[in-house]
Write a protein that binds this ligand. Structure first.
Ligand SMILES: C[S@@+](CC[C@H](N)C(=O)[O-])C[C@H]1O[C@@H](n2cnc3c(N)ncnc32)[C@H](O)[C@@H]1O
Length: 359
């Protein structure tokens, strides 16, 4: 996939935000609250649609609610109201003849779609995710991570105890990573040869795209047993299994993987500063002098509110012990673990903060 240059991506983002601000200025402020509260309806409609496979009969065809309901054994009138509601959010299109079709957005709810977002919606609406969000008022009082306080364990312990959810989460991360990977691959001057190690790399989505871009690079994928269980199959499906090995390892206890380049994609944002220093120390212990670490995350400057970064920061608050950080904050964490600052690259979609293992 050809990716637009970062400047174009940023211009599109700024234009979108400016248009939204302009539209907001034209309406009474109360209307904004009605709009925002519709978000609950939108996301729970999507959840209901997935649980009932509601949009599957609309794959590649227009159909009435009666036809959809007949195929799925659902209640026709309710199907009509829900599909009509989904049209408000741009998921379906409702014709004057009463037939529904999927929009480009709606097609991403289809289970078999190569860029399906079904997993993401399932995750966002999962009991585990909502448990953290519900506890936010208490987090505001005591600053403790919401999910841990609500459930008595970390999201990672929760996922390890629920293998089906863990597999769903790993799949979802892969779907999300495949969206940003082309931008990251295009923006960084990857070495032609050597070894790249993806730490906390899930099922290997980012690693696979890097290896595909550099046929002489070898790869190591470090993660826990759960995500690694399906990594071999995934790496094979991307044609890079022969150049990638998997290592079951722990971010804190350490892992044995010598490489020229380490990736930490959406890993540090899951952890607090002390934990990040410990993770970076684990990487430093594995890394030879001169090796580089690429921290791949959305970058959050303390005094800039922007979508999706500041919302992702809140998701980290609700779900994990972490947060989105600025390049300076990431470099300070790196310095404490023996890394000098390197390049900072804004891909327009993701940030790349390079750290260099001091000699
Ligand atoms: C948010 S996901 C990011 C996955 C992948 N880097 C990506 O961007 O698609 C965080 C990853 O950290 C892994 N992880 C969490 N705790 C870990 C630990 N203690 N040791 C090793 N991996 C861990 C999870 O299994 C998960 O794959």
């Amino acid at each position: 996939m050809r990716t637009p240059p970062p400047a174009v991506v940023r211009t599109i983002q700024r234009l979108g935000a400016a248009l939204q601000r302009a539209a907001g200025a034209l309406q009474p402020p109360q209307a904004r609250f009605l709009e925002v509260s519709g978000g609950v309806a939108a996301v729970l409609l999507l959840r209901a649609a997935l649980e009932t496979r509601l949009v599957e009969p609309l794959a590649g065809r227009r159909a009435t609610a009666g036809e959809v309901a007949g195929e799925l054994g659902l209640h026709a009138d309710t199907v009509h109201r829900v599909l009509r509601g989904l049209a408000v959010y741009g998921v379906t299109r409702l014709g004057r003849d009463g037939r529904f079709a999927l929009t480009r957005v709606g097609e991403l709810l289809l289970e078999g779609h190569p860029h399906s977002m079904a997993g993401w919606i399932r995750y966002v609406t999962s009991d585990a995710n909502l448990a953290g969000w519900r506890r936010l008022p208490e987090s505001l009082r005591d600053g403790r991570p919401a999910f841990n306080a609500a459930t008595g364990r970390s999201i990672w312990e929760h996922l390890a105890e629920h293998p089906e959810e863990e597999a769903g989460f790993a799949r979802t991360m892969r779907e999300l990573t495949l969206l940003s990977a082309p931008f990251i691959v295009a923006a960084y001057p990857w070495p032609a040869a050597g070894t790249v190690c993806d730490v906390g790399g899930g099922t290997g989505a980012m690693l696979a795209e890097v290896l595909r871009a550099r046929p002489a690079l070898d790869g190591v994928l470090v993660d826990q047993a759960g995500p690694l269980a399906s990594a071999g199959e995934y790496l094979a499906s991307r044609g890079v299994a022969g150049r990638a090995r998997t290592v079951e390892g722990d971010l804190f206890a350490g892992f044995d993987a010598e490489a020229d380049l380490y990736l930490l994609k959406d890993v540090l944002h899951d952890w607090d500063d002390d934990q990040c220093r410990a993770i970076l120390a684990s990487v430093r212990a594995a890394a030879p002098a001169g090796a580089r670490v690429l921290v791949l995350e959305w970058l959050q400057e303390p005094n800039v509110a922007s979508f999706p970064v500041s919302v992702s920061d809140l998701m980290m608050l609700a779900q994990t012990e972490g947060r989105q950080r600025s390049p300076a904050e990431l470099q300070a964490l790196g310095a404490a673990a023996g890394f000098a600052p390197g390049r900072v690259i804004d891909t327009g979609v993701y940030g790349i903060v390079e750290l260099v293992a001091a000699g």
